[in-house]
Write a protein that binds this ligand. Structure first.
Ligand code: UDP
Ligand code: MG
Length: 339
């Protein structure tokens, strides 16, 4: 797969400022993944060695209840160049990625799933993209046949809706699998919000980006953690985090309906003058009553969504809590080839 689709052409490339021998941080959120970690380390390790760069892994144990932490600790004891961040409970992948970004030391950072659905064989191409001057090189899933039809079509709808409503452009089918330059990581670290919808934040910070198409294979081992209810809530987080359009819709909807209601009221009053009072009208009353109560509940619910987000942001709680950090023998920034 050597066809790079350049999502945008930028005039200013900043490759001249970049370190010759960058330190690479590989951020890996893990949640109950003991089974797949050995496969991941074997495949990814080979590729990382081939790049010839200094690298460190940043594993985030997102409150796993299986042997995930033990497996990683064991690996670190045996010399794996890794940092293991243990979160105090399961905070979800978005928070885990934020933790990883906070604790990555690299000049470049690559975020990757542990289940090998993000093929590590793309890492060298990502680094090439970075050397060519791109600050972001993101994987673009051209073939999602490993996902169900339902997941694919709902995902497509979500991306379409998001890009219509939000003022930023989120490339459809781009996952979290991506390379970020230090500049981008620092930009992300400056964003204070608690609602970490990372795909939206990645898009929001901007920077020259390149797409790297790939076919997404099925998970190597273990089970996926998503279900439709979680995805639905994730979508609401995404939308409410990046657009207030749903609130504005009710303003226009309300204006239109009041206009219609006013005209109808006028008509009713005039009719009384000309043809006298008529009693029947139960159906029309009932219909309007139900219709408007429905709309009111819906719009209150929508406002509630935003109020609840405000509530969460106002509490100023941290995005995640670190329980412990296990530091392996990781290479120092731009030093020899100690791996
Ligand atoms: N993950 C996590 N916390 C969670 C759920 C998932 O850190 O609460 C990690 C998981 O271990 C994996 C990655 O996020 O490395 C993607 O998870 P999964 O394969 O379940 O998602 P999918 O591939 O279906 O998007
Ligand atoms: Mg997966």
């Amino acid at each position: 797969m050597s066809t790079h689709i350049e999502s945008k052409i930028y005039l200013t490339r900043r490759s001249e400022k970049r370190p010759e021998t960058p330190l690479l941080s590989v951020i890996v959120p893990v949640y109950n993944e003991a089974e797949v970690i050995p496969h991941f380390l074997k495949e990814t390790g080979e590729i990382l060695e081939q790049t010839g760069l200094d690298y460190e892994y940043v594993f985030i144990d997102d409150g796993s209840r299986d042997a995930t932490a033990d497996v990683l600790e064991q690996q670190i004891a045996e010399g794996l160049p890794a940092r293991l961040l243990g979160l105090s409970r399961n905070f979800g992948k978005e928070a885990a990625m934020s933790a990883g970004l906070d604790h990555a030391h690299g000049d470049i950072v690559i975020i990757v799933d542990v289940d090998l659905q993000d093929p590590p064989s793309l890492i060298p191409q990502m680094i090439d993209g970075w050397r060519a001057g791109y600050d972001v090189v993101y994987g673009l899933r051209v073939d999602r046949s490993s996902d169900t039809l339902m997941k694919r079509s709902t995902a497509r709808m979500f991306y379409r809706l998001f890009n219509k409503l939000a003022n930023i452009e989120m490339p459809p089918n781009a996952g979290d699998f991506r390379l970020l330059d230090r500049a981008v990581v620092d930009a992300l670290l400056q964003l204070p919000e608690r609602n970490r919808f990372m795909k939206g934040l990645f898009a929001w910070v901007g920077f020259p980006a390149m797409a790297l198409p790939y076919e997404r294979p099925a998970r190597r081992a273990g089970n996926g953690k998503w279900n439709y209810w979680k995805l639905w809530n994730f979508a609401i987080d995404g939308l409410t985090g990046f657009t207030t359009m749903p609130l504005r819709i009710w303003f226009y909807g309300g204006a239109l309906l009041s206009g219609i209601a006013f005209a109808y009221a006028l008509y009713l009053v005039l009719r009384v003058f000309f043809t006298g009072i008529d009693v029947p009208g139960y159906t029309s009353l009932m219909v309007t009553l139900l219709f408007f109560s429905g709309i009111q509940l819906l719009s209150i619910g929508m406002i509630g969504e935003y109020v609840s987000r405000l509530f969460n942001e106002a509490k100023q709680r941290p995005v995640y809590l670190l329980q412990d950090v296990i530091e392996g023998k990781v290479p120092g920034k731009n030093t020899g080839t100690e791996t």
